[in-house]
Design a protein around this ligand. Sequence first.
Ligand SMILES: Nc1ncnc2c1ncn2[C@@H]1O[C@H](COP(=O)(O)OP(=O)(O)OP(=O)(O)O)[C@@H](O)[C@H]1O
Length: 405
Amino acid sequence: MQYDHILVRYGEMSLKGKNRKHFINHLKNNIKLALSSFSSLEYTANRDRLFIKLNGEDGEKVAEKLQTVFGIQSFSLAIRTKSDIEAIKDSALQAVKQLYKNGDTFKVSAKRADKSFPLTSDQLNYEIGRHILIHTDGLKVDVHHPDINVRVEVRPHATYIMCKDFKGAGGLPVGSSGKAMLMLSGGIDSPVAGYLSMKRGLEIEAIHFFSPPYTNERAKQKVMDLVEKLTEFGGKIVLHIVPFTEIQVTIQQKILENYTMTSTRRMMLKIADEIRKKRGALAIVTGESLGQVASQTLESMYAINEVTTTPILRPLISMDKNEIIEIAEKIDTFEISNRPYEDCCTIFTPASPKTKPKREKILKLESYVDFQPLIQKAIEETVTIEFPRKHDIQEKIEEDFENLL
Ligand SMILES: Nc1ncnc2c1ncn2[C@@H]1O[C@H](COP(=O)(O)OP(=O)(O)OP(=O)(O)O)[C@@H](O)[C@H]1O
């Protein structure tokens, strides 16, 4: 007997009383997007579960994709049957027969969402367990550490039998906490910051500052590949590529050398905030971690942050570099970030940037330069790209189709 459904258990959001519907809708849409290459799937959701009908799609392959979707606590491959004790016993037996090997142990964990069902959960455990024992060889009961846990959920319209469970990605559905702008360099940290904000339910739009000819097309491609990778955790991501050369060159020419880095960061933040307003987001996310480099001391953050009152979210603030790298490896961005193409900050970094810049001093230094027209021009010339790009989806569908043949 083949698995014909996947039963999804919601994560933390099931705690959030009034917002539940809103969370479930986001989750359902995100799941549909993540599984869009499996065209036969059908979805239904209720207050505590989401059901995916496989309609012949490969359950294991669907499960692999589902594991990256935030807002899922766990999910199981399931067999759906009638809510009738004989049908349940028979399906449970078939499910176990597919899985067990000689010497394995099992237990039955039955739950009734339908309290009018004539047997209690304990009676169900007993009846189903007995049936399995009678009709198999070399299988024993172990209620504490079984090799196979046969979960049975009796619902009013059907019963689901599950022996194969998967851990979900946890967190909240992307988009359910609103939208923020992610300042994305080509480095290791900012993609990880993006991933962690998505985990807490934020939809992100990425902003990258690009300084041709000082930075080349491959540096831009690296950022696009990072965005593409992040879409695996939450569907669509818009990337804004801001031409930054004129501003950086002006800073080099007009600002005291050891304050150029502070000024560069301030200009980036100002522009990011303007784009944020246009795009209707409520926060800016960065990959800063306290004390990691000159621009990330508390004094630097104080001087840089002065340009906006918008909340700046720094999910990595308390993390050590090796902890950040561990996540980057897990989410598969580390290798992309490690490609050798430099971004605009690396190239323009002064020999000895001020680690404790003074806010008053940078304000004074910048007051001699009219940055506003340059900022406006950079915003007007910003290029916006949506990921995953349409042709990527088409290619993916074609690739999957070829694999089927
Ligand atoms: N070219 C850029 N475009 C967009 N955001 C940037 C750029 N450079 C830096 N940032 C933002 O500023 C943060 C701090 O950058 P910085 O270069 O000081 O630190 P980092 O530890 O090297 O960060 P990362 O590994 O993300 O590059 C980055 O995490 C990112 O959010």
